[in-house]
Design a protein around this ligand. Structure first.
Ligand code: HEM
Length: 503
């Protein structure tokens, strides 16, 4: 749609005078190399720092990288330049600028990741692509995560996973790292969404073990020295590819035996959709392309969702009155379900207004994807500034989410601010445009389900008073929020009787 309308606008403009084009469409015109100084756009303000190093040391010497962006925004405004790790960058700290890069002029900016990271996910994963290949794959990922077609059917299974996770959290009365434990839950949900019912317990354990190793190496120094975290991650990524290819073969065999040529999305999840993929000429995906995409989606789903859920538990633990109000909302549903004897319904999950606002406010406060990267594929002009071809651009989501202009008193945790929708393009926890997160509904669903069961049958207490943030690489409460969990049912009456009760 965006692409078609851009083509239309460009064609239309050919009929108009040069001056009209320059004056009216100036913000989205690729630099025209006009020699006239008045007309020539200039680089944005800001410092490029030292040769090669740029401002890398300044960025990494601050405990909170967002301070680096916030101080420069104060000095230079919403659009400023810097240089990080040898890459010249333009930082964008306004909703309009972020929309320009991610939506209106998205065709002028491509996704960009270091090759060493791309290797650990898989070069064919949709994150790294744009155009036809990206949009076809994105449609499949969307379909496999669509709320009405797919997620509502997954609800009972996700409830079982939430309960199972809560029971293992209370199995020992020890203090645990909440983030670390919740990663197991978000991993299980991601595996369910991606593989449906096709993986057994052994496979899942192997996947989980190797994901853990890839994750450790993902943010370490890339090298080929055996014994290092990065080297270990490369080997673990190879094993992940082998496991997924094994699952692909088993799934194809089963289809052959059942004489089925295509999938049932419930049974095979995203994997089934990828196996059925056909491009315009009837071409299919290779097993490697399927594996890269499967591995990429699980990677994108796990730590992000666990991080947000950890923040929700922290914010609730910090505010007793809010906790009681959210609990009351959940208890009303619990009682309507015969004291938890019935599974949560889709309708009930979609009608938890206060709990939902707490999740929205946690997404804003924590802004776990603080920014994203793109690279200009041509010289681009934005509001009189030149973004040269090859430069990185970084829409700064967190700075926008923490701007008092859009979110008054931004450091205050206040779910009531979401009683009215935020102004357009000011709230982008899941990104914007063609690369926006296809898993956002699943993430919210699994957090809502987990909270319902936690608040109605369990309790938790944060250990220690340390208030701080740790980047791993997403911001999480210090040490992953050490806490103790225990069972405290509202009533000892009716046990859960549906398949969502695994016990
Ligand atoms: C609270 C949890 C989550 C947050 C905050 C989050 C955030 C984001 C953001 C900001 C982007 C866009 C990045 C960019 O534009 O460069 C993104 C992309 C993506 N996310 Fe999520 N995400 C979450 C959960 C999930 C889940 C549960 C899944 C899958 C089940 C998922 C799959 C993806 C994929 C595949 C992409 C790449 C899309 C593309 O390139 O077209 N995410 N996510």
């Amino acid at each position: 749609m965006e692409f078609a309308s851009t083509i239309f606008i460009y064609t239309f403009c050919l009929f108009l005078s040069y001056h009209f084009l320059v004056k009216i469409l100036k913000p989205i015109v690729v630099n025209n190399n006009n020699d006239d100084d008045e007309e020539n756009p200039k680089l944005p303000p800001g410092k490029m720092g030292w040769p090669y190093l740029g401002e890398t040391l300044q960025l990494y010497s601050q405990h909170d990288p967002n301070l680096f962006f916030a101080t420069r925004k104060k000095s230079y405004g919403d659009v400023f330049k810097t240089s990080i790790l040898g890459c010249p960058c333009v930082m964008l700290a306004s909703p309009d600028a972020a929309r320009f890069v991610l939506v209106t002029a998205a065709h002028l900016f491509k996704p960009t990741y270091p090759k060493t990271k791309e290797m650990l996910i898989g070069k064919s994963a949709l994150f790294f692509h744009q155009g036809d290949y990206h949009s076809r794959l994105k449609k499949l990922v969307h379909a496999s995560l669509s709320p009405h077609r797919r997620l509502r059917h997954l609800t009972p299974r996700i409830q079982s996973l939430a309960l199972s996770s809560l029971h293992s959290l209370v199995a020992s009365s020890a203090v645990v790292s909440t983030f670390h434990e919740l990663k197991k839950y978000s991993f299980d949900v991601a595996v369910l969404a991606v593989f449906g019912e096709v993986v057994d317990g052994r496979c899942k354990r192997e996947l989980s073990r190797n994901y853990g190793i890839v994750e450790k190496g993902y943010n370490s120094f890339p090298n080929r020295i055996p014994g290092t975290a990065y080297h270990g991650a490369v080997s673990a990524r190879k094993r992940l590819g082998e496991i997924v290819r094994e699952i692909i073969i088993i799934t194809r065999d089963r289809r052959n035996k059942e004489k089925k040529s295509s999938s049932s999305v419930e049974k095979e999840g995203l994997l089934g959709q990828l196996l059925d993929f056909k491009d315009g000429e009837g071409g299919t995906l290779t097993d490697e392309e399927i594996a890269d995409n499967i591995i990429g989606v699980v990677f994108a789903a796990r730590d992000t969702t666990a991080s947000v859920l950890t923040w929700v538990l922290k914010f609730l633990a910090d505010d007793h009155n809010l906790l009681q109000a959210v609990k009351a909302e959940q208890i009303a549903i619990y009682e309507a379900n015969e004291g938890g004897g019935e599974c949560l319904t889709w309708g009930q999950i979609r009608n938890m207004p206060l709990t939902y606002r707490v999740i929205m406010e946690s997404l804003r406060m924590a802004s776990i994807i603080s920014f994203t990267f793109r690279e200009a594929v041509a010289d681009v002009e934005y509001k009189g500034y030149l973004i040269p071809k090859g430069w990185k651009v970084m829409p700064l989501f967190r700075n926008i989410h923490h701007s008092p202009e859009f979110f008054p008193d931004p450091q205050k945790f206040d779910p009531s601010r979401f009683e009215v929708p935020p102004r357009p393009n000011t709230f982008m926890p899941f990104g914007n445009g063609s690369h926006a997160c296809p898993g956002n509904e699943l993430a919210k669903l699994e957090v809502l389900i987990f909270l319902h069961h936690l608040l109605t049958n369990f309790r938790w207490e944060v250990a220690g008073k340390a208030n701080g943030v740790q980047y791993s690489p997403f911001p999480v409460p210090l040490e992953g929020l050490p806490a103790r969990f225990w069972k405290e049912p509202l009533s000892s009456s009716t046990p859960l009787k549906h398949s969502c009760n695994p016990f």
